[in-house]
Ligand binder design. Structure first.
Ligand SMILES: C[S@@+](CC[C@H](N)C(=O)[O-])C[C@H]1O[C@@H](n2cnc3c(N)ncnc32)[C@H](O)[C@@H]1O
Length: 202
């Protein structure tokens, strides 16, 4: 089982700052749906540190689901559900759940824009008024990269797949508002990343 575990080194650096950035914006109890959980390392760490929440990981990739199950198995936490196959860009794969919060870390720049559109459409249909959709990752602001390292990362992403790339925060916020979310709360994070909290309008 353990050989299916993937390890994303960045998770060890960003998980504690991510926890502190999210904590004030998440409910103390309820169901959190995580989109694009990847290795599952954030799911295990955050579920352990936010024990009032029930964590529902997901990803569109079957190998990621195996890794999440493996990390979950080792952690043996009572508040993580088995991962779901969920492609943010495919409305047929969105579950019939009523989460109290949704989290999506480091996906929207490593997926086509359609995944961002699907993320907001799906989140808007599941979340109740006032509930948060929290994103984490690098962003451009007013069309500009905020650091040379983000510009280089963006060029690398686009070389790997022209449909990928660091997104404009304003473009993402425009999609969000179009789906009934309020303008975001923005938390500056280490390594030129942002945590961005969109709340479904009341
Ligand atoms: C860079 S990894 C981030 C994983 C994890 N959130 C983290 O920060 O370590 C990107 C993840 O997004 C997932 N992904 C890409 N497109 C997706 C989509 N349309 N719907 C759901 N997950 C997607 C990939 O399978 C991958 O696990």
């Amino acid at each position: 089982m353990t050989d299916e575990k993937r390890h994303a080194p960045a998770t060890l650096r960003n998980r504690q700052p991510l926890l502190e950035a999210l904590r004030p914006h998440l409910p103390n109890t309820g169901l959190l749906l995580e989109i694009a959980s990847g290795s599952g390392e954030h799911a295990v760490f955050l579920a352990e540190n936010l024990p009032g929440l029930v964590w529902q990981p997901s990803d569109r990739d079957a190998d990621a689901l195996s890794s999440i199950r493996a990390w979950m198995g080792d952690a043996a936490l009572p508040n993580i559900q088995p991962p779901l196959l969920l492609d943010a860009g495919d409305p047929r794969t969105w579950p019939d759940l009523r989460p109290d919060a949704i989290l999506c870390v480091n996906m929207i720049h490593i997926a086509p824009w359609s995944a961002t559109l699907g993320l907001f459409a799906g989140a808007a249909s599941l979340l109740r008024p006032g509930a948060p959709l929290c994103l984490y990752g690098p962003y451009k602001r007013a069309g500009q990269h905020t650091a040379e390292s983000n510009a280089a990362f963006d060029a690398d992403l686009r070389a790997r797949d022209p449909a990928w790339g660091v997104r404009d925060l304003e473009a993402v916020a425009e999609v969000a508002v179009g789906h009934g979310f309020a303008p975001p709360v923005i938390v500056e994070m280490p390594a030129n990343n942002l945590t961005v909290i969109f709340r479904k309008a009341q």
